[in-house]
Design a binder for this molecule. Structure first.
Ligand code: DAT
Ligand code: MG
Length: 134
């Protein structure tokens, strides 16, 4: 186990629905710390980088439309094994697969509007923290 930093982003529907406090409380109750946080409004170029692995998917324009539809809360979350641990706390990408007790399992009824982003590996955590926090 190692102390890790991961990039977590509360997506526009999470902010719009007033669920930011609930989600942050879950992250903190787990034992992770907020190392940094800021509200941001994203544009298409940063999303083309951030979601480069999805750029050829038919739903890519929908992701861009959604992710630019309102502010997000960008965060650096820190703790023991935080990268994998946050993925577990978040739940599966597909809302049908996200188990009850996870953030997506409890609050998301759509794969696109799935509330939260979390880095999926040490390499992506480092790149995403640099992308969003410089
Ligand atoms: P995750 O957000 O769990 O890391 P991902 O990186 O594969 O998942 O995809 C990024 C986002 O793109 C995901 O949170 C929601 C959207 N997305 C992924 N697959 C999708 C699909 N089949 N239909 C609609 N949106 C999708
Ligand atoms: Mg991902």
């Amino acid at each position: 186990m190692a102390t890790e930093r991961t990039y977590i982003m509360l997506k526009p529907d999470c902010i719009r629905r007033g669920l930011a406090g609930e989600v942050i409380a879950r992250i903190e109750r787990k034992g992770y710390r907020l190392a940094d946080a800021k509200m941001m409004t994203l544009d298409e170029p940063i999303l083309r980088e951030h979601y480069a692995h999805l750029k050829d998917e038919p739903f890519f324009p929908d992701i861009v439309e959604y992710m630019t539809s309102g502010p997000v809360l960008a965060m650096i979350v820190e703790g023991e094994n935080a990268i994998r641990g946050m993925r577990i706390l978040m739940g599966a990408t597909r809302f049908e697969d996200a188990e009850a007790g996870t953030i997506r399992g409890d609050f998301a009824a759509s794969t696109r509007y799935n509330l939260i982003h979390g880095s999926d590996s040490p390499e992506s955590a480092e790149a995403e923290i640099r992308r969003f926090f410089g």
